[in-house]
Design a binder for this molecule. Structure first.
Ligand SMILES: [Zn+2]
Ligand SMILES: [Zn+2]
Length: 356
């Protein structure tokens, strides 16, 4: 198999020819046709997340040590089954759920693998999807996506399920409530379409990039806000007519957290997904006095992936602007993503990959 690997953090990925694994036990070998390129791949490529105040969280401390294959939005064709892998046939096309836990604990038994304390995440802990082949530990992690475009289906494994899980963490919304989505990259647009699909009428897209705001409007945002405005908090409250019931922050930096928390109505909920980094300074009494909630949302679980795939099958989600590009262009794609030149999502195409 061919994998595009981190050999040294921050340096171009290298194309490597590796032995194709043979599935054992309940394992399934998937020949990948598509693999989405996610913004969080940039952090893993760099080797750390910024935790603010000069503190860094190094991915090597979680077992992610080069050589490492990135990629956690896999889609492909079942190529081989271990002797105990049941319920699948060679040739079936599937999304691979990447947020795989230990498979043994109570959380995993409840299909909440993303809350497992011993995760085996594809592309983070384990070998990822920037590869022609991927070994999956159990058939249950393969989700049928018949009828959905392959590139779009791939993006549901991270951006789709992340958006869905975040939207599901908003609570007690009334029909008058507006919801702000901060950060209108791939996951932001996915969040807007999910919010529309689950019945939120007034979605306010927030970003610092006019082009991204214009795209957000095409994807169902009713109103938009350039968050560089000096009076952004008052503007956001005005757009929400004083009833901002929820904020989903896909950036996650001090400025966006401050904006979201300040603009919420009483009882509103701020959901943080973005991993940009930094620290939050907020007067503690503001939480009880305004009865606001803060909740972190990390990707999503297997059940949520199946639910968001269900919405996509019913044509309730508008697919993101997706550019499908040959896998050999992966380094240029990562640079484009880092420089903010990507609107929506880039998905790698592995059908034409050759060893060279
Ligand atoms: Zn991702
Ligand atoms: Zn577990």
């Amino acid at each position: 198999m061919i994998s595009y690997q981190i050999i040294e953090h921050g340096k171009p990925l290298q194309k490597r020819l590796l032995d194709t694994p043979k599935p054992q036990g309940t394992e399934v070998l998937v020949r990948l046709t598509r693999s989405g390129v996610c913004h969080s791949d940039l952090h893993i490529w760099d080797g750390y997340f910024d935790f603010g105040g000069g503190k860094r969280f190094y991915v090597k401390d979680r077992g992610c040590v080069p050589p490492h294959t990135l990629g956690h939005e896999p889609f492909g064709v079942v190529a081989a089954l271990g002797p105990k892998a049941k319920g699948l046939k060679v040739g079936q096309k599937r999304i691979v759920f990447p947020w795989i836990g230990c498979g043994k604990c109570a959380m995993c038994a409840d299909e909440k693998d993303n809350y497992c304390m011993a995760m085996r995440t594809v592309g983070v802990i384990k070998a990822g999807a920037y590869s022609t082949h991927l070994l999956v530990p159990h058939p249950k992690y393969l989700v049928d996506a018949t009828g959905i475009d392959e590139s779009f289906a791939a993006t549901l494994a991270c951006s789709g399920v992340t958006a869905y899980s975040a939207a599901r963490k908003l609570s007690d919304l009334s029909s008058r409530d507006a919801v702000a989505v901060i950060g209108c990259g791939g996951v932001g647009l996915a969040t807007i379409t999910v919010l529309k699909a689950i019945g939120v009428r007034n979605v306010i897209a927030c970003d610092v990039d006019e082009a991204k705001l214009a795209t957000a409007k095409q994807y169902g945002a009713k109103l938009t806000l350039d968050t560089r405005a000096p009076d952004a908090v008052a503007k956001l409250q005005g757009l929400a007519k004083g009833s901002l019931g929820g904020v989903i922050d896909l950036v996650g930096m001090p400025a966006t957290a401050a904006l979201g928390l300040a603009a919420l109505r009483k009882g509103g909920r701020y959901v943080i997904c973005g991993l940009f980094g930094g620290e939050l300074q907020q007067p503690l009494p503001s939480f009880p006095l305004r009865a606001i909630g803060v909740v972190g949302s990390y990707v999503g679980n297997l059940r949520e992936l199946k639910e968001v795939v269900g919405l996509a099958k019913k044509r309730k989600l508008r697919p993101l602007p997706i550019a499908t590009r040959p896998a050999d262009e992966v380094n240029g794609i990562l640079e484009d993503l880092k420089a903010g030149r990507v609107v929506g999502r880039v998905v790698l195409d592995f059908e034409a990959v050759e060893a060279n």
